[in-house]
Design a protein around this ligand. Structure first.
Ligand SMILES: [Zn+2]
Length: 169
């Protein structure tokens, strides 16, 4: 598993809640372009983490605990183990071939429309398309949903925030 982090822009304050970023949009885009598109394509989840002010930290009610999340992940893994039990060398959604994706990550018309619009608007690559379908399948599994629903696809699209044309604009 690869986990990596980077600054949002050369000065570090792009999208900061209280401090102003001094970079021009062109500079922000150029900074991101130092990471190659094909590399970004291969990273499943892009998450923007903005600083939380101290008083917000102390007043935030406790979120779902790691223990509860772990339970959900184990359940989702079980679903995937069962799904691929007869497929040699495949244990989880990320490993699906296009044939397996056709079988298990098919979209209904309304979900397909959401993805089509995002692909066009965000100028996403074919590789990003595959990632979105696989991540959608996993989000559906985490909810215990049999079919991928529009909200699963919409969430998966949000995890592509660093793809071409969306960051820094
Ligand atoms: Zn900046």
């Amino acid at each position: 598993m690869l986990v990596a982090s980077m600054n949002p822009c050369p000065c570090g304050y792009f999208n900061h809640p209280t401090r102003a970023c001094v970079c021009s949009p062109g500079m922000v885009q150029k900074y991101l372009n130092r990471i190659s598109g094909p590399l970004l394509d291969r990273i499943d989840l892009h998450i923007e983490v903005i600083p939380v002010p101290f008083n917000k930290l102390s007043e935030t009610p406790p979120a779902e605990s790691s223990k509860e999340i772990r339970k959900r992940v184990i359940e989702a893994r079980k679903i995937q183990a069962e799904r691929f039990k007869n497929v040699k060398g495949v244990f989880c959604n990320a490993q699906m071939t296009s044939k397996l994706m056709n079988k298990y990550a098919g979209l209904e018309e309304n979900s397909r429309q959401i993805l089509k619009t995002a692909m066009e608007k965000l100028d996403l690559s074919a590789r990003a398309y595959d990632r979105i379908l696989k991540v959608s399948r996993t989000i559906a599994d985490l909810e215990g949903a049999e079919n991928i629903q529009p909200n699963h696809v919409a969430e998966a699209i949000q995890y592509r925030s660093l793809d071409k044309g969306t960051w820094g604009n």
